[in-house]
Ligand binder design. Structure first.
Ligand SMILES: Cc1ncc(COP(=O)(O)O)c(C=O)c1O
Length: 377
């Protein structure tokens, strides 16, 4: 089955109870019990709900996973996964990990006696050197945010296997259509469905996918008892949004490729970060593990003083936090996603004040190119 057919027919898309062509919103907190003590598939919505279950079936299909779990946000999915760690454990994260994950790992996990290190995950030598006796988990996010640094998933999985460590990959930027970490041997995938999977900038949601029964059972217990479940309305919206994921992603990636090319040749732009652009540090690794460079790119203006004017002059994209919507979104990492870091930490990562990130939408590329051209002028 091709991707677009699978997104429309590859999982239960018709309501098994009524035949409705769109899985209904089972807007209920509880379910009438047929008899006392008898097991029923659904008893209470925090334990399971048919609309959310339909989405979890879709997640399994998308991620090539045996198990899928939906959460109230990407951060709910990520924090639940990190709570698999115990007091005394150590986990390794990339320097450029998403800001919320960075705060959770750096400020919350230590309260539970869990140690964390932040390294350049694109360097296998640095990874090997960071492994301690109590290391239990390696966290991957590739390409990274906002500099689109690529880490070699297969090599990291090999290192993890050698030391019997758990691997977790945040696949939000690439989506399962363009990169499938579980197929590359990663144990757990997390994603913010707020971004490309839902795709319409109108829902906050997250997922976990795995092939490991033991991990799934623990995480289901967490989902139920931490209670970070996805709401019914949101699950329905994501189910609707993901039907067009293939078409949206293809157009967004095509736009990103053209815009990256354009920006890389513009005299007012000093640097473009896009993983499949010729000359990108790890374009070969990206090619070996992903179908393309994705739909997110970053760039720096030659003159930082032009930044505010440039942003004001851009008419088509919205200027906002977040990514992965049908509309192009420009953001300023230093004051948005990476504002929680100190100026020194940002400088260490290469997140300059003149850096802009662009999540490419599905607009006609001619309009985006013309808009960039006039704003740069
Ligand atoms: C790479 C990445 N992971 C996780 C998250 C967190 O997702 P959410 O906002 O749905 O909690 C984000 C949000 O921007 C993100 O960019």
């Amino acid at each position: 089955m091709g991707t677009n057919t699978e997104l429309l027919h590859g999982y239960p898309v018709v309501d098994p109870y009524t035949g409705a062509a769109s899985i209904p919103k089972y807007q209920t907190s509880t379910f009438n019990q047929q008899a006392s003590g008898e097991h029923q598939e659904y008893s209470y919505t925090r334990f399971g709900n048919p609309t959310v279950s339909a989405l979890e079936e879709a997640i399994k299909k998308l991620e090539h996973a045996a198990y899928g779990l939906a959460f109230s946000s990407g951060m709910a999915a990520i924090s639940n996964v990190l709570m698999l760690l115990k007091a005394g454990d150590h986990a390794i994260f990339p320097h450029e990990v998403y800001g919320g994950t960075c705060q959770f790992a750096g400020e919350i996990l230590p309260n539970y006696g869990i140690e964390t290190s932040f390294i350049d995950m694109s360097s296998i030598e640095e990874l090997e050197a960071a492994i301690q006796e109590n290391t239990k988990l390696i966290y991957i996010e590739t390409p990274s945010n906002p500099l689109l640094k690529v880490s070699d998933i297969k090599k990291i999985v090999q290192v993890a296997a050698k030391h019997k460590l758990l691997t977790v990959a945040d696949n939000t930027f690439m989506t399962p259509l363009n990169q499938r970490p579980l197929d590359l041997g990663v144990d757990l995938v997390v994603e913010s469905m707020t971004k490309f999977i839902n795709g319409h900038s109108d829902v906050v949601a997250g997922l976990i996918a795995t092939n490991d029964t033991r991990l799934y059972e623990k995480l289901y217990l967490f989902q139920k008892n931490f209670g970070g479940i996805l709401g019914i309305e949101e699950a329905w919206l994501v189910l609707r949004g993901m039907k067009t994921l293939g078409l949206r992603m293809a157009k967004s990636v095509e736009n990103a490729e053209k815009l990256a090319e354009f920006l890389s040749q513009h005299p007012k732009v000093s640097k473009v970060y896009y993983p499949s652009l010729a000359g990108h540090d790890n374009a070969t690794v990206q090619k070996s593990q992903a179908k393309n460079g994705g739909a997110v790119l970053s760039f720096e203006l030659k003159d930082e003083a032009d930044l505010e004017k440039f942003i004001k002059n851009m008419k088509v994209p919205i200027y906002a936090v977040s990514l992965g919507g049908v509309e192009t979104i420009i953001s300023h990492p230093a004051s948005m996603s990476h504002a929680c870091l100190t100026a020194e930490e940002r400088a260490e990562q290469g997140v300059t004040d003149g850096l802009l990130r662009m999540s490419c939408g599905i607009e006609d590329v001619e309009d985006l190119l013309a808009d960039l051209e006039q704003a740069l002028k």
